[in-house]
Design a protein around this ligand. Structure first.
Ligand code: ZN
Length: 175
């Protein structure tokens, strides 16, 4: 005999969340009346909750989009669409290469490509280490020279961004 037909089908009480037989008209635990409509609404709510994207899913898309957009920005600088100093001193090629890599990385992440997630994960780890050391060095030289507050804020911000990105990728990625 197939097991599925013998398994009892249950519904959940909207008030006390106990599992009840599907035919129950009243909750045996809290005496709540169970109307067919009420049960259907619970099922729909559960279904909607299951299909709602989690915050890490949304954050993953945001991180990937930031990476891609930063790449586009670098490409615009590489071709001097956005006038910049780097272009004038011959940094166009550098920006072009890194901009292209970043665009590919961001788009790859958006398409849930394993190579992009793997690469981004290591970029995060290296950036966190590098940013952490950079910040420590800035802290240690605080008394020696004029503190670079803007630089410190930028360092701290990118440190937080990469920590956040690493957490999100670890949660969402398939690697
Ligand atoms: Zn109940």
């Amino acid at each position: 005999m197939p097991r599925a037909s013998t398994a009892p089908r249950t519904i959940e009480c909207p008030k006390c969340h106990q599992q009840l037989p599907q035919w129950a008209q009243q909750c045996q635990f809290c005496k709540t009346q169970l109307f067919p409509g009420a049960v259907r609404n619970i099922n729909e709510a559960t279904y909607a909750a299951r299909n709602k994207p989690t915050w890490t899913e949304v954050a993953y898309i945001v991180v990937a989009a930031i990476v891609a957009l930063q790449g586009v920005f670098m490409l615009l600088e590489a071709f001097n669409v956005i006038p910049n100093l780097w272009y004038e001193i011959g940094g166009g090629t550098f920006f072009g290469i890194f901009g292209s890599i970043q665009v590919a990385l961001g788009v790859g992440m958006l398409c849930h490509q394993i190579w992009a997630q793997f690469l981004m994960k290591w970029i995060c780890v290296l950036s966190i280490l590098g940013g952490g050391f950079g910040f420590l060095r800035t802290l240690m030289t605080l008394g020696l020279r004029e503190p670079d507050y803007v630089g410190m804020v930028v360092q701290l911000f990118s440190f937080c961004f990469f920590c956040f990105a690493l957490y999100v990728i670890n949660t969402e990625a398939d690697v």
